[in-house]
Design a protein around this ligand. Structure first.
Ligand code: CUA
Length: 315
């Protein structure tokens, strides 16, 4: 079980960001230092246990207690404390790499998904997306973290973190991705029946790819007038879910602009296939207990399939 944490998309032991790397170094220092001290203590213990008589004179034993039992732990613990405090970016604002991030992405935790708002930039308007965060490699980014209902927690183990999202207040966190890749970020605070089914994907991209993705997102899709698109509007899906460029803005549920590009359905619950989208539409609560979207199993199967195909095609 512990080894399963060493690789893959959700590991704090395979850092892909400045903050995660600092935490990983701290962990190595503590684990290796702890192991050395443990070996020394057990060595002394065995040495003492093997002797019939006391192995040290009273004077030596007294020195061992003062230096080994009081002075040594004091120095080691103070050094570790100083190192850990030094790792907090907030106390080193003069270092260039901890300069304020050029922009702030707003992430809101909702039962049980993630609302993500990118700010306006370089002539592009601000836009909203959901359950998938894309970031450029090598660029510091700040997050403004909120909660719509109960406490959630924002944590991208591969990049650093974590930070609670608390109703009624805004927390901030800044991260610097250093490696391209796809990572998984689970909600890290118990928030209800589907807490464990509340995750988002993080895709760290080359800067040019990121810029292209961002302008495509800001524009959205083009209305094609297909059957799925019409059914999406007629059955009321568009009342809660926005598809930029096609339907009027709606923000009750997750935004679905360019949904076909996303990796998962239901905030990390299922792989994004037309079949799984259909399954989710039919009965969201069966897939994800506590999901607020009502079941649409009264619709004809052909309508559900057409809407699922339409969403899969939003690329
Ligand atoms: Cu949201 Cu746990």
């Amino acid at each position: 079980m512990p080894l399963s944490g060493c690789s893959g998309v959700q590991s704090a032991l395979d850092p892909a960001g400045e903050e995660a790397a600092a935490i990983y170094r701290l962990l190595l220092v503590m684990v290796m230092g702890g192991a050395l001290i443990w070996l020394a203590v057990v060595g002394l213990l065995l040495h003492a246990a093997r002797k019939q008589k006391a192995p040290w004179s009273e004077k030596t034993a007294g020195r061992l207690i003062v230096w080994g039992g009081v002075a040594f732990p004091l120095v080691v613990l103070l050094a570790l404390l100083a190192y850990a405090v030094w790792l907090m970016p907030a106390i080193r604002p003069w270092l260039a790499r901890y300069a304020p991030a050029p922009e702030t992405i707003e992430v809101t935790g909702e039962q049980f998904w993630w609302r993500i708002r990118y700010p306006a930039t370089d002539g592009l308007p601000a836009f909203e997306t959901a359950n998938e965060l894309r970031l450029p490699i090598g660029e510091r980014v700040a997050f403004s973290l909120k909660a719509a209902d109960v406490i959630h927690s924002f944590w991208i183990p591969a990049l650093g973190g974590k930070m609670d999202m608390i109703p009624g207040r805004t927390n901030t966190l800044s991260l610097l991705p250093t490696k391209a890749g796809v990572f998984r970020a689970p909600c890290a605070e118990f928030c209800g029946a589907s807490h464990t089914l509340m995750a988002f994907s993080v895709i760290v991209m080359e800067q040019a790819d990121y810029a292209a993705w961002r302008s495509a997102q800001a524009v959205g899709s083009r209305a094609g007038g297909g059957e799925g698109e019409q059914l999406f509007a007629r059955h009321g899906c568009a009342g809660c879910h926005g598809v930029r460029g096609v339907t009027p803005a709606a923000s009750l549920g997750p935004d679905l602009t360019l949904f076909g590009q996303r990796q998962t359905v239901g905030a990390g619950t299922l792989a994004n296939t037309a079949e799984n989208v259909a399954r989710f539409i039919r009965d969201p609560a069966a897939v994800k207990p506590g999901a607020k979207m009502p079941a649409f199993d009264m619709l004809p199967e052909s309508d559900i399939a057409a809407i699922a195909d339409y969403l899969a095609g939003l690329k």
